[in-house]
Design a protein around this ligand. Sequence first.
Ligand SMILES: Nc1nc2c(ncn2[C@@H]2O[C@H](COP(=O)(O)OP(=O)(O)OP(=O)(O)O)[C@@H](O)[C@H]2O)c(=O)[nH]1
Ligand SMILES: [Mg+2]
Length: 211
Amino acid sequence: MDSALSSPSGGPATHGDDTMYLPGTDQTLVKLLVAGPFGVGKTTLIRALSETQPLHTEEVMTQSGAFVDDLAGVREKTTTTVAIDFGRLTLPGDLVLYLFGTPGQKRFRPLWQDIARGALGALVLADTRRLADSFEVMDIIEEAGLRYAVAVNTFPDAPHYDTDKLRDALDLHPETPLVLCDARDRDQSVDALIALVGHVLAHTPQENRNP
Ligand SMILES: Nc1nc2c(ncn2[C@@H]2O[C@H](COP(=O)(O)OP(=O)(O)OP(=O)(O)O)[C@@H](O)[C@H]2O)c(=O)[nH]1
Ligand SMILES: [Mg+2]
């Protein structure tokens, strides 16, 4: 998808680069990233809510990887995503979300320029046991010029803080949505995405929604 939002209704739509799309339905297509540090629940969230068989690029982790990815807090984890997750979710109003799960480790930074192209926003997952790990991801997203919402994935053994404390700790802009969710729970994950979509649409001029 080349544009962040496209509504391929009526005749063929052309874009700035002269790409032509066939006439379709009145669906509005939105590309979103699901980002966050190692083991925070990106694959889990996309798996929980995708209405299509999600694409995953999981690989079993080996002992040597323990020096690269810190397993603190995710000891039972046996696989990691080596490229992207992909899933799709249709919201009421024919809003179709295309979700790209994106690794947050520094070494995947070169992937970002490509993966962020055409995205309208990002859901950043965070874990209260290692909030600082989400800073780097938030930096990359800000550099990419994307709006984002933060979803704190509520692992049962992670400390609970009230949202004001979390906002302070994450140094969030007052407009940036912060939600708590269990990434395994479809409804909670959908609510987190709705918070993100509401935020990005509120800041996307109408004319950019139907290029
Ligand atoms: N208890 C609990 N476990 C979770 C939750 N979300 C994810 N998990 C577990 O945490 C582990 C990590 O989740 P993943 O979805 O693989 O995390 P990821 O962000 O995709 O990880 P990478 O791709 O390796 O960066 C898995 O074993 C999940 O089952 C949650 O909300 N609660
Ligand atoms: Mg993953």
